[in-house]
Ligand binder design. Structure first.
Ligand code: CP
Length: 371
């Protein structure tokens, strides 16, 4: 939501009072004597899609055309294979801030390694060890980082939409490292790179039919998963069929309307039989907001076990964005088994994030003080 719209939402009182047709004596007196006040009955026009303001930002996978996805995949491969002593000249001494309001192992570390691998200086600001604890807002924290010379901000936040607000406030390139229950675009890109490496080796230039004939089953707590959402927004654009699987508590029926190429199969075994890829999700206990779940019943229906995998999907790739909870959504044997590409996903994260950070800083006009 833009500032303009936000201002409208918090300032409608005079217009609302007038629209009731009931004017108090005080207000009529004031209206007769006060200079005319400009009131917006409707918000002033704004661009239909103002975001992203900065061409280097990555807020949503929807920001990326398939051509842009192809470019990122190609750059990821090139940067991964470049001599580190050459690679670290690419963003030498550029400044990248990591702003994390939620815990992270994979995303934070890989973004940091990616930026440093390109020669950038990085700094980490965490909500647990910064003035955020004292009440400093996201906007003020972002503006402070910018004043300190940050040229791009990598943001993880527990509120959906936070990266859009940060980008609007700072106009710096903002990279969404996961916002609430909304999106995790770089996770979807690294998941795509992992899938391509196994099912379409050598392909980096993707098109609308690159994944035709591939069914990706996403199983578990889909309702709370930003990873599921970004994959649902990306994979069908390449022709994949995304099959969602889980109990109604974690997978409302309306999820089928999320987009083309997406359907629901509640029977996990039936879903597995159709799958070339099975992506398991953790139950996000931190977002359950009082919801109760019968774990034994959940495991009986949706845990990925070695027996289930051998019986129904003996050659499917097993993926998981992490962190995995061994013994809950999947067994330790499956996590460590030959079909698991979970640690490959982690490795692909560094290459993808190098490409995304490079893209963020490609436009020199984003340098601090010039934007
Ligand atoms: N996949 C993922 O986002 O993991 P982290 O929370 O450890 O960053």
């Amino acid at each position: 939501m833009s500032n303009v719209q936000i201002r409208f939402l918090v300032q409608p009182a005079p217009a609302l009072r007038r629209s009731t047709g009931v004017a108090s004596e005080d207000s009529m007196t004031a209206a007769a004597t006060a200079p005319p006040v400009r009131r917006h009955l409707h918000p002033p026009p704004v661009a239909a899609t103002p975001f992203p303001y900065n061409s280097g930002s990555l807020l949503s996978v929807q920001d990326l055309t398939l051509e842009a996805v192809s470019h990122l995949l190609a750059r990821a491969s090139l940067l991964e294979n470049l001599d580190p002593l050459v690679r670290d000249r690419i963003l030498l001494k550029r400044r990248v801030a990591l702003l994390f309001y939620e815990s992270s192992t994979r995303t934070r570390t890989s973004f940091e390694l990616a930026a440093k691998g390109l020669g950038a200086d990085t700094t980490l600001v965490s909500n647990l060890s910064s003035s955020i604890e004292k009440g400093e807002t996201l906007k003020d924290t972002g503006l402070t980082l910018r004043a300190l010379g940050a040229e791009a901000i990598i943001l993880r936040h527990n509120s959906s939409g936070a990266p859009w607000l940060l980008e609007e406030a700072t106009r710096l390139p903002v990279l969404n490292a996961g916002d609430g229950m909304h999106e995790h675009p770089t996770q979807a890109l690294l998941d795509l790179r992992t899938i391509l490496a196994h099912l379409r080796p050598g392909i980096e230039a993707v098109s609308a039919d690159t994944l035709a004939g591939v069914t990706v089953t996403i199983t578990g707590d889909i309702l709370h998963s930003r990873v599921a959402r970004s994959n649902m927004l990306l994979l069908p654009r390449l022709g994949a069929h995304v099959l969602l699987c889980g109990p109604a508590q974690f997978l409302p029926e309306l999820a089928t309307g999320a987009g083309p190429g997406i359907s629901i199969e509640r029977d996990f075994d039936a879903a597995l039989r159709q799958s070339q890829v099975v992506m398991m999700l953790r139950i996000q206990a931190e977002r359950l907001a009082g919801q109760q779940i019968d774990l034994e019943h959940y495991k009986a229906s949706y845990q990925l076990t070695g027996q289930r995998l051998a019986a129904h999907a003996p050659s499917a790739l097993v993926m998981h964005p992490g962190p995995i909870i061994r013994g809950l959504e999947l067994t330790a044997g499956v996590a460590d088994g030959s079909q698991s590409v979970i640690l490959e996903q982690v490795r692909h994260g560094v290459a993808i994030r190098m490409a995304v950070v490079e893209r963020a800083l490609a436009d020199s006009s984003t340098k601090a003080g010039r934007a």
